[in-house]
Design a protein around this ligand. Sequence first.
Ligand SMILES: C[S@@+](CC[C@H](N)C(=O)[O-])C[C@H]1O[C@@H](n2cnc3c(N)ncnc32)[C@H](O)[C@@H]1O
Length: 291
Amino acid sequence: MNSPFRYAGGKFYARKLIMEHIPPNHLYYIEPFAGGASIFFAKPKVENNWLNDIDSDLANCLIIIRDRPDELIKGLSGEAATKERHGYYKNEFNPRNELEKAIRWFYLNRTSYSGIMNMQNCYWGYGDKYSMRPENWPRNITQSSRKLQGVKITSVDFEQVIREVSDNSFLFIDPPYFNADQDKFYTHAFNKEDHFRLCEVLREDNSRFNFLLTYDDGPEIRELYSWCKTILAKEWNYTINRTDDQKNGTKEKGTRYKGKEVFIMNYECSKKNGVQLDLLDYASTIDLKKV
Ligand SMILES: C[S@@+](CC[C@H](N)C(=O)[O-])C[C@H]1O[C@@H](n2cnc3c(N)ncnc32)[C@H](O)[C@@H]1O
């Protein structure tokens, strides 16, 4: 299934490719940088799952979806997706409790350009033809809530999560990019020291668990992770059937894009898989009405 959120920097389009590199047998699945958690929602659920993100409003919205889906649905019922309501939730609505915070977060996430929730860059970006319509939000919340049952959800720094994971866990690690400036997307800055700190923590602790880390490709990242067993450059094509950028109007209907990243693993990816997957050009045309 798909994430309940639209999420900038999310791995929605790469989810099949990423899942092909995840070892099937793990009892603990952890995302220290969950965001929209598109891999968690796409993959089969294992016995123990932990989603973490430093953005406490995002984590709160996931918790409310998990624990109080009916109240969230009720709070959003009758809402129309309009620029006026977007402006109201963004600038005027003052949430008094966790439920109201989640209502605001969900409404803005579903109606903002690319789901960007850094308030300085959170603009109206909804279109009936390409966004999930409000009448479909309840179904999306209900299904997401089912998948989130029993899942641990926290909002702490990644280091605390990695230090605490159980032995034999599998971690999908998707930090902000190393070289591209993604601070405009997220509520917390992630600087070079944080990238180096992540590398150190993983290096120190990684005999206890397996991880797949995704990054923008570049010599610094390859050097930093040269101690890992597998580093694969990956590309995938995708087409967006929408005009998403209402602010600038630059993206035409059906524009083709290329995702390009490096997958870093502290385990061997079998030669057979590696060769096959390297040849794989994961091309997809996705109807964003469903996203
Ligand atoms: C690239 S996004 C993850 C996208 C996600 N994989 C998806 O598919 O939607 C990176 C996330 O890391 C979070 N983040 C930034 N700094 C963090 C930190 N120090 N500890 C934990 N999470 C952090 C951001 O809030 C953001 O949601």
